[in-house]
Design a protein around this ligand. Structure first.
Ligand code: TZP
Ligand code: MG
Length: 212
């Protein structure tokens, strides 16, 4: 249902992350054209869309992702994911419990953020399809972000969990992506590196670990 390769370049975005010349939908379409492999709508923070506006924006994002055959994942909002028939959801430790999410969305891709061995063990045993580990480096895109953890925990989870799909997040750039993959991540998840890029094809190549 989810192959680890699909996590290679995981773009995470909400409308407030796009403050430049382009609209959020233009940013997403450009990122899709550049070759992102999975997309997560993470509509959070001050000024985030809500209600009918959020639903309309989410449907537009979903439809763009479909055009490029890229999985469309919704952050946190299980009801929205259900309503839209999203390909998947991503939940943190403070969100709805994995068991409930699986019951509501038995066929969806389910990602869980983990920060400790116990959380990792529970996510894997509970049937998550992938885990997100971070922040690896300092980030300014998440208000309540934990301190940067470096690659140590990621490395250790890769050693303990064989081929289980892992995506790393937090402060990842074209410059440090290769280190993160070397440490064991199947892919890198980014907000600012792609939102703020003025050459997304090059950024995607660098995030893949290829030379720019
Ligand atoms: N979770 C941990 S760090 C982070 C999230 C959602 C934000 C990542 O954003 P950026 O701009 O790629 O550091
Ligand atoms: Mg969450």
């Amino acid at each position: 249902m989810l192959k680890a390769e699909q996590l290679a370049v995981y773009f995470v975005m909400g409308s407030i992350n796009c403050k430049g010349m382009q609209t959020p939908l233009q940013v997403l379409e450009d990122a899709l054209q550049a070759g992102i492999t999975i997309f997560q709508l993470r509509e959070k923070g001050k000024g985030a869309l809500q209600g009918a506006e959020l639903e309309q924006f989410a449907r537009q994002c979903q439809s763009l992702c479909r055009q490029y055959s890229v999985p469309f994942i919704v952050n946190d909002d299980i009801d929205l994911a259900l309503k839209l028939g999203a390909d998947g959801v991503h939940v943190g430790q403070e969100d709805e419990a994995l068991l409930e999410v699986k019951q509501k969305l038995p066929h969806a891709i389910i990602g869980v953020s983990v920060h400790t061995e116990q959380e990792m063990q529970q996510a894997v045993a509970g049937g998550a399809n992938y885990v997100g580990i971070g922040p690896i480096y300092a980030t300014s895109s998440k208000e309540d972000a934990r301190p940067a953890a470096g690659v140590g925990f990621l490395q250790s989870m890769r050693q303990q969990y064989g081929n289980f799909p892992i995506v790393a997040i937090g402060g990842i750039t074209g410059e440090n992506a290769a280190i993160v993959k070397q440490a064991g991540a199947d892919g890198v998840a980014v907000i600012s590196e792609l939102c703020q890029s003025n050459d997304r094809k090059r950024t995607v190549r660098l995030l893949c670990g290829a030379e720019g």
